[in-house]
Design a protein. Structure first.
Length: 138
């Protein structure tokens, strides 16, 4: 299992996930780059100039609440870039609740913004956790 890092970028092999990792590298924020395929994540990160100047780790994880919870428990915040969020976001938020980890995502899906708040907002708030979908929405 991975070591403690403050941020998990879930979906790091995708376009947006890679950009988030690049941003974290620029500001020297340690992170875990996670997703379903370790080789694809590593390939994406290899394209980031200076990636070896930041403390990071590449982790392969199943898209299920249990494995995600185990991974997220080692961090403070999860940045979810795995969409469509209305289809794949539930397991990620449920894992954050179980792990006690803040949640943010990069969605622009209005239905997900509303549904995630209605479904998980009160439970996240009761645990003192931030639920912040849509942080990259234009």
């Amino acid at each position: 299992m991975s070591s403690t890092k403050p941020v998990v970028v879930y979906g790091a092999s995708g376009y947006t996930g890679r950009l988030v990792c690049e941003y974290l590298r620029e500001f020297c924020v340690p992170f875990i780059a996670a997703g379903r395929d370790k080789a694809r994540i590593q390939e994406a990160l290899d394209g980031i100039p200076g990636i070896n100047t930041v403390d990071h780790e590449v982790v392969e994880v199943e898209h299920e609440v249990g494995p995600l919870s185990d991974l997220f428990a080692q961090s403070k915040v999860v940045c979810n870039t795995v969409g469509p969020f209305a289809r794949f976001g539930h397991e990620v938020i449920q894992a954050c609740i179980r792990a006690g980890t803040h949640y943010m995502d990069t969605t622009g899906e209005q239905d997900w913004l509303i549904n995630s708040e209605e479904t998980y907002g009160a439970e996240m708030a009761a645990k003192g956790l931030l639920l912040s979908p849509g942080v990259a929405q234009m």
